[in-house]
Design a binder for this molecule. Structure first.
Ligand code: ATP
Ligand code: MG
Ligand code: MG
Length: 382
């Protein structure tokens, strides 16, 4: 049986390896820690640093296809591995996704709407960005940002230089602050034969920059959901994607969609598929990278996915286990540090039966308290 090589040992690698096993494959994990989430469920190879090309080459020689579950690896190294075995998605796609400037340039050139942006490298370009975009704006490091880290919001001109100084000396991009109605995402898979499958468009809510809740499907009009998946499919096609990708979007109050960022790997906002779809995002990912046919990305149920983040959420674990209808997924992380994603819970509803805000909170039971108050959304807008 073939071996799927997964670079990265986090929860996305863990759940990918479990999906690979279901399809009769073996998974090899390349990671830094022998106790990492993915290393607990598959054959693990450890390395000191992800730019250790010798270790990457040896890993690639022992597998039939290389994929990755996190993005802070060298795209050049991935390119080199392509001489040993297929690398899916490609190093080129990773290179685009791991640099916000390359990403925005690609999306803009592809005719995909994004928030107005401006590259910032010094004070001259900083003030030019403020002039062009107006305020408020968001300054983001072009590389290595996740869970909202490496970002500063600027509401007044007087805060501009301070925010810049806090993120310096890294190259930055400034974005206009989008006054969105809600955030959406689409998981799109593209097979080796070019077949494209999109899971239903979902709504995401964040808490302190970290994904908190996903509602599947998004409570929006069908044509807006369809526009979102068409955009995701367009990005996948133009990238020549082989594998799965998360496409994060903003839905403007005017009904317009903008793409925020792309992640060419399984994605937290696709975890609802694990219990609500016959084939989930990890199955789809493994099939896509292994060159197998892709099934329709159908859902048999509506779902809410709640992330379990840090010690606060993990304190609710006994209650979660005792609450009927809460489907728990834990990642095997030893220590529940603040802000750390420890697992998630899916709650299912009949197809077409996703309740409104009150019903969602009721179904979340012990998990509802933290997320109830801060979220104000106008569900009637669309
Ligand atoms: P991730 O963990 O998803 O990779 P990240 O650190 O790459 O996150 P972004 O997705 O760019 O960061 O931004 C995090 C969140 O900040 C977004 O989901 C959104 O809520 C908010 N945000 C980012 N950019 C904008 C914008 N231009 N306008 C309004 N809100 C924004
Ligand atoms: Mg990101
Ligand atoms: Mg994001």
């Amino acid at each position: 049986n073939s071996v799927i090589g997964i670079v990265g040992g986090g929860q996305l690698g863990r759940m990918s390896a479990m999906a690979a096993a279901k399809l009769g494959f073996r998974a090899h994990i390349l990671t830094q820690g022998a106790q990492d989430p993915a290393a607990q469920v598959a054959h693990a190879v450890t390395l000191g640093a992800y730019d250790d090309i010798r270790a990457l080459e040896a890993f690639a020689c022992a597998v039939d296809v290389v994929t990755f579950e996190f993005e802070n690896i060298s795209a050049n190294a991935l390119d080199q591995l392509a001489s040993y075995c297929p690398v899916r998605p490609s190093g080129r796609i990773l290179r685009i996704s791991q640099d916000r400037l390359a990403e925005k340039t690609f999306l803009t050139d592809a005719g995909v709407p994004v928030a107005p942006w401006h590259a910032v490298t010094d004070k001259v370009s900083l003030y030019a960005a403020a002039e062009k975009l107006g305020l408020p704006l968001i300054l983001k490091t072009t590389r290595n940002g996740y869970d909202g880290k490496g970002q500063r919001r600027v509401y007044e001109l007087g805060e501009l230089e301070q925010a810049f100084a806090e993120l310096a000396p890294h190259p930055l991009v400034a974005e206009a602050m989008v006054d969105f109605a809600c955030e959406l995402s689409v998981m799109v898979a593209r097979g080796v034969d070019g077949t494209i499958r999109c899971f239903d468009t979902v709504q995401n809510r964040h808490w302190h920059g970290i994904l908190d809740l996903t509602l599947a499907p998004a409570p929006i009009m069908d044509d807006i959901a369809a526009t979102a998946s068409a955009l995701a499919a367009k990005v996948a096609r133009q990238l020549g994607l082989k594998g799965i990708m998360g496409v994060e979007m903003f839905l403007g109050r005017d009904g317009q969609i903008m793409v925020n960022e792309i992640a060419p790997r399984p994605h937290n906002s696709g975890h609802w598929t694990m219990d609500a779809c016959p084939q989930d995002q990890f199955d789809m990912h493994i099939r896509a990278v292994a060159g197998l046919p892709l099934p329709q990305a159908t859902r048999h149920s509506d779902a809410v996915m709640k992330n379990l983040v840090g010690p606060e959420d993990m304190a609710l674990w006994p209650q979660i286990l005792a609450t009927p209808g809460q489907i728990p997924h834990l990642y095997g992380k030893a220590e529940a540090r603040e802000g750390r994603k420890m697992g998630h819970v899916n709650v299912l509803f009949p197809h077409g039966g996703l309740p409104g805000e009150h019903g969602v909170q009721a179904a979340l039971g012990p998990l509802a308290t933290k997320t109830a108050a801060p979220y104000v959304m106008d569900e009637t807008a669309f």
